[in-house]
Ligand binder design. Sequence first.
Ligand SMILES: [Zn+2]
Length: 445
Amino acid sequence: MIARQSQNVYKSIHARCMISAEQLIVLLFLGLFFLELLTEFCLNEANLRYVRKRLQDQNIPKFLRAKLTPETYQKSVRYTLAKGSFERWSQIYGRAVTIFVLFGGVLAYLNHFSQNLGNGLPTWTQATGIIFCLSASLVVSVLSLPPDLYHTFVLEERFGFNKTSPALYLTDKLKGLALGFVIGVPFLFVVLSVMRSAGFYWWLYAFLFILAFQLLLVIFYPTLIAPLFNKFTPLEEGELRQRIMLLATQLGFQTSGIYTMDGSRRSAHSNAYFTGLGRSKRIVLFDTLVKEATIDQAVAVLAHEIGHYKLKHVRKRLILQSAFLFLGLYLISLLLDYEPFFHAFGLEQPSHYGALVLFAFVSGPFTFYLSPLLNHVSRKHEYEADRYAVQELRNSKPMEEALIKLTVTNLSNLTPHPWYSAYHYSHPAVAERIQAIQGLALEQQ
Ligand SMILES: [Zn+2]
């Protein structure tokens, strides 16, 4: 009797002290979630303070002083500060959206909604799952409109970068939605079907399928997708075209053509890139670059881009991303039948589609800590491509000038806080890049 009583007391104490697996998941998630927010906030504040201090010192990096008017420098600082204070609020807003979706009953509502719509259709169509995933991403897109609108029509507008009209903005969004639907439906259909019927190793098959799918997108992006948003015109005959073709032949870079893109329809920011695979690669120059850079500078930018290709940066990046995808899918496979994971975020029953959407929302605070690593690799590749361009052109001046020109036209931050740039910059700060290039020039002499 006494033994039983003490057992009961023990049980009730145990029940009071123990937190359920569900609560533990919520606590762990929230802990990491707010740690991420705090880290982002502190990095941004440190960066803003650092830039403001440089403004008071009138401290322009030496080699830029000759190229930059004090007005342009002041404007770049004002732009950086404006972007920083926008980031402060948009970060908080974005996190509030995540909390609302995960704990505000949104997922449970969408689950009922998609079950009602999808249950009339045969199971093999995966209709319920597809509707759930697409409607969840639609909800997030709609909720992220306010900061996006502010960024385009207030922030970028104020500094003269925005060229997007409200009508163009609206058609861009609608095209994006339609494209998401056209690509998303078959993609989700295959992934959900594999999850349902491929057994224990579904995540391995899904991994292979997603790799193949990405490859298809890379192949069709330049000819089918990019033209939906921009006009691509073959670069007109002339010195620039001749010089680029000569460079491509010299460097053994096969291309199906050189195009200019009407980037100026949306923004005054300037750039160049290449897309596609194998022989079908296209070189794309923003019309803003063609207009503002000299021929030598544009050729240097192209040599840098070809450097990325020749040094196999694209491939290395793809391998790294595939490793993360592989790991992510394996983790989803572990969580697939674990009920507390679903209950923690308001879903009554485990489901394949629920696991995909929950993982997309919940993984953010975990993957956040990988971004400095990815950015570190990316910055290393930028230095390597700069080195390639300088060595192949046997001249460091055009690359240096092109970087300064891009920095001036884009009003880039000249003096980012070292921690901020280490965390967030996919490209080294321009001062660091130019110093490295000048070091190469000394080596060559
Ligand atoms: Zn680059």
